[in-house]
Write a protein that binds this ligand. Sequence first.
Ligand code: FNR
Length: 362
Amino acid sequence: VDVQTLLNLDEIEEVATKQISKKCWAYYYSAGDDLISKNFNNLVYKQILLRPRVFVDCTRCDLTTSMLGHKVGLPLYVSPAAMARLAHPDGEQGIAKGVSSFGACQIVSNNASMTPEQIVEGSAPGQIFGWQLYVQDQRQKSIEMLKRIGKMADKYKFIVLTLDAPVPGKREHDERSSMSINGLPKKDGSDGGVGKQLFWGTAADLTWKVTLAWLSKHTQLPIVLKGLQTHEDAYLASQYPQVKAVILSNHGGRALDTAPPAVHTLLEIRKFCPEVFGRLEVWVDGGIKRGTDVVKALCLGARAVGVGRAALFGLGAGGTEGVHRTFEILEAEIKTCMRLLGAEKVSDLGPRFVNSRAVERD
Ligand code: FNR
């Protein structure tokens, strides 16, 4: 399939689904329990209406912005996701190459299928990366990784500590795909699914004070906390000076099912502790399928928006080219949206462009 003929992210996912293995599809697609959070992550954007203004000169449209002070070409980044090579041999390096011409940031997973050195090899000058950490029970392993990342300071600009999955969610598609034909767990150690295997050795005993003090001791890089789902936790994060950004996320619905989508948490923060936006950057991910989804999150206060599955399915549909096409589509959709909305640049976006009443709960 020529990926240039694909027009939207659903079409890319459809093609990827036909090309990747069943096991890979089950791992990428899966989410906790009944997929309520996964589906709601996207649905919630459809319930927010845009409020376009007219008589605005929209000949120019500038998507450039910054993440933690580093210039990026657009407010869209790649969320950390494990095992890209399950989809395509280009793997995480293919994702890096696919997004490089957009000047997009990529967050590399602790459980990537290539080394952090390989992934940034041949990346464009100025292209920035973050590295995502799952603290290991054997802390020394994590300390060594942090050291390796610290040596690539021209590429890796921050550490993302993921907090929403101290244990994996119950992902039945993934579990089912690793059962043998007769439905019984396999004896080769692969039962429970890819997710459960990857989580083996991940620490479940992290806490605010102790873990943040430990992490600050082992990295000089700014710390980003991923997986916050309430205004209380966003506020707490803003009390730690070493925390420079938070990512509102429910892990693509893969951890606790019926946990809120990032949009709800954004709205909570706006209502209960808006000062958080001034103290740190707020990034969001989950459920992004359209440029309008991205623009709505930006209007509600997000500085940058991440895509997880979209990048993986792009890779599955056409390797590096497929990832490039995915970002090309999203970039064009974001531009069209902003022009029709009457916004010239990212910093113009704000709550006046959305009506989010239908999704406000309290
Ligand atoms: C993830 N995610 C994830 N997050 C993380 O912090 N570390 C990881 O290793 C992974 N691995 C991972 C694998 C796969 C297959 C998926 C789909 C997701 C979560 C990811 O960073 C992000 O939060 C979600 O993917 C965002 O939702 P969407 O864009 O997939 O809807």
